[in-house]
Design a protein around this ligand. Structure first.
Ligand code: ATP
Length: 248
């Protein structure tokens, strides 16, 4: 079934150090084959929400205090990040974390290791990434730390794709990148979605770009979901942008 619910968050609350309330009611749904944007101003809780659903909060002394997270029909509130990755939920962290001293290609190979691929399979997976991001093929022998911000973001996305996700989660892929580079990255995401049916959840402060590529969007304000709708509807609502997203 094409529209089955792949991920749902319902009334999720989260705290750091049992004290700081970072999320006070986040609800969102990603159906199979959808691109969903999680929007909100700086500090609204986007990163915390993504970490909560990827099992990454405990590593930061954060915890889910209430609500439910269901991924692929199973409770995900207590599953480890590694377990979720094996189940196909793979997150590209904010700030395009690459292993800076490893080459671009070795960064990609690290991403494939969760699947225990043999040499031939690894090669064909690498070819798949290079077909999507031709620039990475040119840069494959270069230490990731010496490549541009856009190339590092592509490397981080490519590494996540090497794990063959069913749901790719991205935290502000546009951050610090030039508009043309951002367009290229979103175009690649759209292509993966169209051609392979990859489901995508992307947190963005850049609502204009995100709404142009997403099917639906959820808006967070101070840790709470305040709006949810089709991207087409939200695109038309200038008042929403001005009020919740901090620019008009
Ligand atoms: P950003 O654009 O910075 O990613 P965001 O919308 O993702 O913003 P979060 O980073 O999730 O927002 O932050 C939500 C709230 O949680 C903020 O008040 C922030 O100060 C707090 N917070 C985030 N990370 C931690 C942490 N590790 N420890 C304590 N508080 C945190």
């Amino acid at each position: 079934t094409i529209h089955e619910v792949l991920l749902s968050l319902d009334g999720v609350e989260a705290t750091y150090n049992h004290a700081i309330r970072a999320l006070s009611g986040v609800s969102l749904t990603v159906r199979t084959g959808e691109i969903v944007a999680l929007l909100g101003a700086n500090g609204a809780g986007k990163t915390t929400a993504l970490k909560a659903l990827s099992g990454l909060l405990p590593a930061e002394r954060g915890q889910i205090a209430a609500g439910s997270i269901v991924y692929d029909g199973e409770d995900a509130t207590r599953r480890s990040p590694a377990e979720l990755v094996r189940a196909g939920l793979v997150q590209v962290l904010e700030g395009r974390h690459c292993f800076r001293s490893l080459t671009v290609e070795d960064n990609l190979i690290v991403g494939g290791q969760v699947r225990g691929l043999d040499r031939a399979a690894l090669r064909s997976e690498l070819e798949r990434i290079y077909a999507l991001f031709p620039r990475l093929r040119e840069r494959r022998r270069t230490p990731a730390g010496l490549t541009s911000g856009g190339e590092q973001q592509m490397t981080a996305i490519g590494r996540a794709l090497m794990a063959r996700p069913r749901l790719l989660v991205l935290d502000e892929p546009s951050m610090g990148l030039a508009p043309l580079v951002v367009e290229g990255i979103f175009a690649a995401l759209k292509r993966l979605n169209r051609e392979e049916g990859l489901s995508i959840l992307v947190a963005e402060q850049n609502s204009t770009v995100a709404l142009r590529h997403a099917d639906r969007a959820s808006v967070l304000e101070t840790g709470r979901t305040v709006l949810d709708g089709s991207a087409a509807d939200l695109r038309e609502r200038d008042d929403i942008k001005a009020f919740y997203l901090g620019f008009g």
